[in-house]
Ligand binder design. Structure first.
Ligand code: NAD
Ligand code: MG
Ligand code: ZN
Length: 277
């Protein structure tokens, strides 16, 4: 048995046994034991299964995803969105569900060729869809996003989007555009969102962010010039906050929070946090 969670290319859907998770537009099915169910039991529950995907092994046991057409009622069970599992509970299970969500979404969105519109088929032994008519292969999409903590001594730059929970401030972030390096993207995002210039850009680590398919690349940068001008519509407010007087911050498992906590820990000589992958 290999402990922990290991994703896989494909599993045999006809093989019996293993664990399964069920996903609908309401999130993942769970009961008091969590979101993993014995697969044979789950498949007997008369669920509106749209597709089944083998996704990996948890402690050596195969895990499958049942993609549902609609959120069915299962006695003793309820539905919870992926964010809920990210915010609390077992981190390994959240990784299982995050991968399941990305594969389920990708497979659902790639049933037809984006070039010619024909039905696509699953490539054997590879996580890819194939169009026989035009020889196009589609792989799961990942969208690189930069996220950066900008600092000026004991002050850190935090901003809020109108979509955030009331009072919460976070680091700046944004998606890479074609033609950009990670650093180009970071510099552009900081200019667009607050009209500041940065220097001494340093890569700090990355995090899978399956909402729906981001890959967060985390950076630290120092303030180099300019006055804060928040971008209309995108940024409700942006301010320098002293590390001793911080506002409500993002969820503890987010890389945004890690970048902030790491900087504060280093300034104050405290133990450094660990980045959840
Ligand atoms: N893990 C973390 O700590 C953390 C923190 C902040 C942001 N994020 C994530 O970073 C990403 C970017 O952050 P944001 O606040 O700029 O997000 P956002 O959702 O506000 O996206 C900004 C804009 O980018 C465009 N966009 C959407 N999807 C895109 C894609 N795949 N490629 C290119 N452009 C796209 C849209 O116009 C959207 O309005 C989001 O996925 C967000 O959830 C993660
Ligand atoms: Mg942004
Ligand atoms: Zn095609």
């Amino acid at each position: 048995m290999t402990p922990g969670w290991i994703t896989t290319t494909l599993l045999d859907n006809d093989a019996p046994g293993g664990w399964a998770v069920a996903r609908s537009r309401e999130g993942f099915l769970h009961d008091t034991n969590g979101p993993l169910f014995p697969r044979e039991w789950l498949k007997r529950q008369d669920l509106p299964v749209f597709a089944e995907h083998g996704i990996g092994h948890l402690d050596g046991e195969p895990v499958y995803l049942l993609e549902l057409d609609s959120p069915a009622d299962v006695p003793g069970c309820s539905w919870q969105g992926l964010r809920g599992f990210m915010l609390q509970g077992d981190h390994t299970l959240y990784k299982v569900l995050g991968y399941a969500a990305q594969i389920g979404t990708w497979a659902r969105e790639h049933r037809f060729c984006g070039s010619c519109g024909q039905a696509m088929v699953q490539v054997p032994r590879e996580r890819a869809m194939y169009c026989q008519a035009c020889d196009l292969r589609s792989y799961p999409r990942i969208s690189p996003s930069m996220i950066v903590l900008v600092t000026r001594g004991d002050d850190i730059l935090l901003a809020r989007s109108p979509r955030f929970v009331t009072g919460v401030y976070s680091t700046l972030a944004g998606f890479a555009e074609p033609g950009e390096s990670a650093e180009d993207c970071l510099i552009r995002e900081v200019r667009e969102e607050v009209q500041l210039e940065v220097k001494n850009i340093q890569y700090m680590g990355s995090q899978c962010w399956p909402f729906p398919h981001s890959m967060m690349l985390g950076f630290h940068a120092e303030y180099a010039g300019g006055d804060i001008v928040p971008q209309a519509d995108e940024i409700e407010d942006a301010q320098w906050f002293n590390i001793h007087e911080l506002p409500p911050l993002p969820a503890s498992r987010s890389i945004a929070r890690y970048l902030i906590d790491l900087y504060v820990a280093r300034r104050l000589g405290h133990a450094e946090p660990v980045l959840p992958g």
